[in-house]
Ligand binder design. Structure first.
Ligand SMILES: [Zn+2]
Ligand SMILES: [Zn+2]
Length: 283
């Protein structure tokens, strides 16, 4: 039986499941891509996903690390892979060692330390690219990017034997194409993410926007989170087809968040928004 009641969203053929409330728990999984952004308290529904992409070490995002790894072992699955900011690998190892002693069983883990600019291969044509965020020391976000090879236009009409012949001659007939499928910010203050082209054009953007009320700008700054006014400015520079807002505060009621969102962001952007934890602004 499922340990959590998770949100389910469908965008084309991709399912996005999870839960995200500021300070409580954040876990956002895309099972078809075999990735889970942050692990929250490790709900049962994400245990079989092979890659956890951890953005930072706050308890509401990282508490379930040991349970995720240990439960996979219990279920006979291979060791889970956890990508985490490099500076967190030491503390993560200590936590796993302590839990292994407490539990009496060694917890298998594949820990990968990452820094901005790194890429990690998820599947043969699927990569997680790491970018910096402004939240805690070393905090990062991730874009999952599909890489394809595309035939150059001048060779489009050729038959297979002609293509084989050109290849034999060592002629480069294709070029690499990157398709950014989903980008996840994790927790972050405003930063000009429009400097990174793969974020601008990511089909799906999963972004935190924690605070909404005018008097909450100070809270956003203190906790290094995004306020709706900054988020609006950022959205205007991005081209994402779908915008999923996570990490909403419980200090503001959902209907109020919905109302402020509608008043603040442009109608064209509002149509693309899915408020993750709101039953009414969801597809
Ligand atoms: Zn958080
Ligand atoms: Zn945080």
């Amino acid at each position: 039986m499922a340990s959590h009641n998770l949100v389910h969203i469908k965008i084309d053929d991709l399912e996005i499941i999870g839960y995200s409330v500021a300070g409580e728990e954040t876990v956002v999984a895309v099972p078809q891509l075999d990735v889970c952004f942050d692990v929250g308290k490790a709900p049962d529904q994400i245990i079989s996903i092979n890659h956890i992409l951890l953005t930072h070490g706050h308890m509401d995002h990282a508490a379930g690390i040991a349970y995720y790894l240990s439960h996979r072992n219990f279920c006979g699955q291979s060791a889970g892979t956890i990508l985490a900011p490099k500076n967190l690998l030491g503390p993560i190892r200590q936590v796993l060692d302590a839990w292994s002693r407490l539990d009496g069983n060694q917890i298998p883990a594949n820990l990968v330390g990452v820094k901005p600019g790194d890429e990690y291969q998820i599947k043969p044509n699927l990569f997680a690219r790491v970018f910096p965020t402004k939240h805690t020391k070393g905090s990062v976000g991730y874009s999952v990017i599909e890489k394809r090879k595309k035939l150059k236009t001048e060779y489009l009409g050729l038959t297979s034997p002609q293509i084989v012949e050109l290849k034999k001659q060592g002629i480069q007939i294709d070029y690499p194409l990157e398709i950014p499928i989903v980008t996840y910010f994790g927790d972050t203050q405003y930063a000009d993410f429009s400097q990174l082209e793969y974020i601008v054009n990511s089909k799906i953007l999963i972004a935190e926007c924690t605070f909404y009320e005018g008097e909450h700008t100070g809270r956003a700054e203190a906790g290094k989170h995004m306020h709706i006014d900054e988020f609006t400015e950022l959205l205007n520079k991005l081209n994402n087809e779908h915008i999923i807002i996570t990490h909403t505060t419980q200090r503001t009621p959902m209907r109020e968040i919905r109302k402020i969102l509608k008043e603040t962001i442009s109608p064209e952007k509002y149509d693309k928004v899915i408020l993750f934890m709101d039953k009414r602004l969801r597809r």
